[in-house]
Design a protein around this ligand. Structure first.
Ligand code: SF4
Length: 452
């Protein structure tokens, strides 16, 4: 893939605080006056995507932005599992009994903090409460430091067939500054176990923009990873949010500047596409025969709280502390603290703390933003038909606001639609932000991470 030139003035102009659009509106709009009574079981079955937040970690990685609990007490997972069962039971009443699970994801925290028997039990519990499709894509985030062969086998027994290995960066200096030391041998062994036990797809998670990273070190990380031949890569932009995670301040002075960070992204795109991976959305890469590349080709790629997903039009139900759901035109989130999560469930209540009921305008803008973030193209006729609107008329103000982005080469306005250019893809959140009805009245600093 040829190198994309980014001018320094463009970088300065478009390096802004902005949402990542894993939802629309962003989670910053959820409120505590959300009424759980808004949630009703749908009249007909809908395909389901289930997410389980398993929050425990043995150590704190200093780049982490997740909701997690660091503990040395390995018995905590058994107790948590018993509460997940309570939640499954309560939530099942809000879901049509014939709805089939097409996707499952375990995230955290560290799902592999759980013991083999607990992982198996979780798989059984899911099947106890919901019918699971034979073709289910069941994925799990894996920390190679806490993985054992027994856990891999237990996950396979529990029906998991996709794994995301948290590689992040293979350079020792970078690993030291983020407090996540894991040798290449450890990563390679985990990869081998997953392959040997028949996982259909192994994804590597990497992060660019970490402290002490250079083009040379990150180039080595990419080469190390390519050598192990994963099916997919998720290459996340490090999100610096010290107002939420104060420990991120510890390495602030070693962070790459926006120019280097952009060059790291460019290096990634060049190296992975040269190696035959298809570039997907803003931060994913997949082998052409992987289901994510196929979902892109079929137009069924979707963006949700776990990043990009292969299933469109599903109801997403999140379980566990802090988990977010998106179903029936509502977003709703569980409490982010463990004790209130347990207390609510002990009282027989859903631990939902905040949420948001989408308006008709939100639903329309959600689709427009998803098309930009996933397909890099908006076809006016298709979206007009899908949404029951005249797209160019409905969005005339938004479309008219794109002059500077077009002049700067980020997009092209064509007769039939709007196309994001390869340069625009590097600033995709900036383009999506022009379709966001809420941003004008928001102070974005200290609320969202930077777009570069
Ligand atoms: S293992 Fe994952 S969730 Fe836990 S501290 Fe590290 S990055 Fe955060």
């Amino acid at each position: 893939m040829s190198k994309i030139n980014v001018h320094l003035d463009q970088l300065k102009k478009y390096d802004q605080a902005g949402p990542r659009y894993t939802s629309y509106p962003p989670a910053t709009h959820f409120t505590e006056d959300f009424q759980v009574s808004n949630l009703k079981p749908p009249a007909s079955p809908a395909p389901l995507s289930l997410y389980f937040h398993l929050p425990f970690c043995s150590m704190q990685c200093l780049y982490c932005g997740c909701t997690n609990i660091v503990t040395g007490d390995s018995s905590k997972s058994a107790q948590y599992l018993s509460y997940l069962e309570k939640e499954l039971k309560l939530r099942a009443a809000l879901i049509h009994p014939d709805s089939e699970v097409v996707q499952i994801q375990l995230g955290g925290g560290t799902p592999t903090f759980f013991q083999p028997a607990e992982l198996k039990q979780l798989g059984e519990l899911i099947r106890q409460y919901f019918p699971v499709a034979e073709t289910v894509e069941a994925g799990v985030e894996i920390d190679p430091r806490s993985l054992t062969k027994d856990k891999v086998l237990a996950l396979r027994d529990a029906g998991f067939n996709r794994a995301s290995l948290g590689v992040q960066d293979t350079c020792g200096e970078v690993q030291k500054s983020i407090n996540r030391i894991q040798s290449l041998e450890l990563i390679s062994e985990a990869n081998e176990w997953l392959r040997d036990s028949g996982f259909d797809s192994v994804n590597f998670d990497l992060i660019y923009g970490l402290p002490k990273q250079s083009l040379k070190t990150f180039g080595n990380t990419l080469d190390d990873s390519l050598f192990l031949s994963p099916d997919r890569f998720a290459i996340y932009s490090y999100a610096h949010i010290p107002w939420v995670k104060p420990f991120q301040k510890s390495f602030e002075k070693d962070l790459p500047d926006p120019e280097l960070k952009m060059r790291l992204l460019q290096l990634t795109i060049e190296r992975l596409t040269d190696a035959g991976y298809v570039y997907i959305g803003m931060d994913h890469f997949a082998r052409p025969d992987d289901s994510m590349a196929q979902a892109l080709a079929k137009g069924t790629l979707q963006r949700n709280f776990q990043g990009y997903s292969t299933h469109k039009g599903v109801d997403l139900h999140g379980f566990g502390m802090s988990a977010i759901s998106h179903a029936g035109g509502c977003y709703f989130q569980n409490t982010k603290e463990l004790e209130p999560y347990y207390t609510a469930l002990n009282a027989g209540s859903l631990p939902i703390i905040r949420g948001y009921k989408m308006t008709a305008d939100d639903r329309i803008r959600y689709q427009a933003i998803m098309h930009i973030m996933c397909n890099l193209y908006i076809d006016y006729a298709t979206l007009s038909a899908e949404l029951g609107i005249d797209f160019t008329d409905y969005f005339k103000v938004d479309l008219a606001s794109l002059d500077d982005l077009e002049t700067d080469g980020l997009l092209q306005r064509e007769e039939a639609g709007l196309r994001v250019t390869p340069l625009g893809r590097l600033f995709i959140r900036i383009i999506a932000m022009r379709f966001d009805a809420y941003l004008q009245n928001e102070n974005r600093k200290g609320r969202y991470s930077q777009t570069v």
